[in-house]
Design a protein around this ligand. Structure first.
Ligand SMILES: [Zn+2]
Length: 154
């Protein structure tokens, strides 16, 4: 999994897909958004399979419960994957994945059916940790010439 950072982008972050394979596991996050706005985690979340809030992105795959969460109380906040919250909800993004079993004060940070990004991360962790673990998977590509390098021990 690769996440590139830099400056001068017209966006905070961009992931190659949602719930990616080892061949497409890359994303970009602007330095200005990567940590304080949690775009680093947000884009990595997309690669794992996490999505924005259900009203902004109702796609139920790869996980029907894989959406971010917008809090609706007076001290409103939103989880890492929450984007485009309805008006008067989802204030500042907090450093928390949606999770019905973790609360902020009295308020849960997600729901079992729709907003449980922590479950997505846990369920995908093993598969992602095993990306590129085969010796012959190591391939270094430099454009325009392709150079193949093996990571086999000498
Ligand atoms: Zn996003």
């Amino acid at each position: 999994m690769i996440l590139l950072t830099g400056n001068g982008y017209s966006f905070c972050g961009l992931a190659s897909g949602i719930g990616v394979s080892e061949d497409t596991a890359f994303a970009v996050a602007s330095e200005t958004c990567a940590t304080g706005y949690y775009s680093f985690g947000h884009e990595i979340g997309h690669l794992f399979g996490a999505r924005h809030i259900i009203t902004q992105d109702p796609t139920p795959t790869p996980f029907s419960y894989g959406h971010g969460y917008c809090n609706t109380t007076a001290s409103t906040w939103r989880t890492v994957m929450a984007y485009n919250c309805p008006s008067n909800t989802g204030g500042n993004r907090i450093q928390q994945w949606s999770n019905p079993y973790v609360s902020l004060g009295e308020d849960p940070t997600g729901s079992i059916a729709l907003e449980h990004n922590a479950r997505v991360l846990n369920e995908r962790a093993g598969a992602i940790a095993n990306f590129r673990t085969q010796e012959d998977d190591f391939l270094l590509m430099i454009v325009p010439t392709i150079i193949s390098a093996s990571n086999k021990k000498q």
